[in-house]
Design a protein around this ligand. Structure first.
Ligand code: NAD
Ligand code: UDP
Length: 319
């Protein structure tokens, strides 16, 4: 039986990866320090024979007994309000954490996939973003803690690949959404849906003309799975190229939730990228992958999930 270690397993993407790998017949070793994650995301897995959980901070030495075939390194704060609140931990998990996991992969002769991000392109001057674009990141800006941690993560991963011959995969993940996002994580989808459900106005940052391209989680997990199983060492964008302005997106959410909320405008956070859209030519050619789930279908499923949460969850929201 193949054994996979998934870090960040109690988070949004990590928990969906655990589900997928169990379904594929793997033994799943989940690891998380719960800094932004929630055990509720994986509590349904604790009864599974081939699932185990380690409560551990990956910036500390990582030890896993037995063989390991694959490692997926997903531990990291991922939403702007999280990484602005815990900037040093964000830098450490991208640097020290990644170093520890590369060391573990080397010891176990395991293949490792790291969760990089569209944020390596910063506020991009090239549109859409393809993998050969080097990016436009403000190293010393508030978002730099996340962006530079991820850029370092890519560099050290390629160094382990080149120097030690490690089998490495780099996923540049673009905005992904779906069930198990935290209602109060500050990312735009939980923020807008939470506001609609509480009967509050939707807060648009800036003039709302900035764009994002949202990928439903099931499509993302399929892309990640294919990337891990492929032989691509170079970074690959995984995201949905369907682009929308935040202003139009707020209107879509008002329509979806059939709420009569208004929108209010707040200042744009420093270094907030003005446009973002993945060029997924490489993923199509090398992985035979492209997203299948439309935004309207994905948003319907996501809204149903947030509606099904206990009412008190709604009021834990603060940002
Ligand atoms: P999340 O916050 O839901 O999950 C991250 C998990 O990592 C949490 O459970 C958290 O407790 C855990 N974690 C953080 N630091 C840790 C540490 N030092 N040791 C052990 N566990 C730690 O975020 P997510 O959206 O699921 O993102 C997962 C990964 O994917 C992150 O690396 C993120 O940078 C990357 N990513 C996500 C998106 C997205 O749209 N969701 C986009 C680009 C990249
Ligand atoms: N955003 C917004 N209102 C909110 C939360 C976010 O207008 O309440 C904007 C944010 O400024 C950004 C976009 O929505 O331009 C996506 O933000 P998110 O935090 O989801 O992701 P990221 O900026 O990391 O792509």
């Amino acid at each position: 039986m193949k054994r996979v270690l998934i870090t960040g397993a109690a988070g949004f993407l990590g928990s969906h990866l655990c589900d997928r790998f169990l379904l594929e017949g793997f033994h799943v070793i989940a690891m998380d320090n719960l800094i932004t994650g929630d055990l509720q995301n994986i509590e349904h897995l604790f009864k599974e024979e081939h699932f185990e959980f380690y409560h551990h901070d990956v910036t500390k030495f990582v030890h896993v007994p037995g063989k390991l075939d694959y490692i997926l390194h997903f531990a990291s704060p991922a939403s702007p309000i999280d990484y602005l609140k815990i900037p040093i931990q964000t830098l450490k998990v991208g640097s020290l954490g990644t170093h520890n996991l590369l060391g573990l992969a080397k010891e176990k002769k395991a293949r490792i996939l790291i969760a990089s991000t569209s944020e390596v392109y910063g506020d991009p001057l090239v549109h859409p973003q393809s993998e050969d674009y080097y990016g436009n990141v403000n190293t010393i800006g508030p978002r730099g803690v996340y962006d530079e941690a991820k850029r370092f993560m890519e560099s050290i991963t390629m160094a382990y690949h080149r120097f030690h011959g490690l089998e490495t995969r780099i996923a540049r993940i673009f905005n992904t959404y779906g069930p198990r996002m935290r209602l109060n994580d500050g990312r735009v989808i939980p923020a807008f849906i939470g506001q609609a459900l509480r009967g509050e106005d939707l807060t648009i940052f800036g003039d709302g003309m900035q764009t994002r391209s949202f990928c439903y989680v099931d499509d993302q997990i399929e892309g990640l799975f294919r990337l891990l199983m492929s032989d691509c060492n170079d970074p690959i964008n995984i995201g949905n190229p369907e682009e929308i302005t935040i202003r139009d997106f707020a209107q879509e959410i008002i329509n979806l939730t059939q709420s009569n909320q208004k929108v209010v405008y707040k200042s744009l956070p420093v270094d907030d990228p003005l446009q973002r859209q993945p060029d997924i030519t490489r993923a199509k050619e090398l992985l035979g992958w492209e997203p299948k789930i439309s935004r309207s279908e994905g948003m319907k499923r996501t809204y149903q999930y947030f509606q099904s949460l206990p009412k008190e969850e709604l009021f834990k929201t603060a940002h």
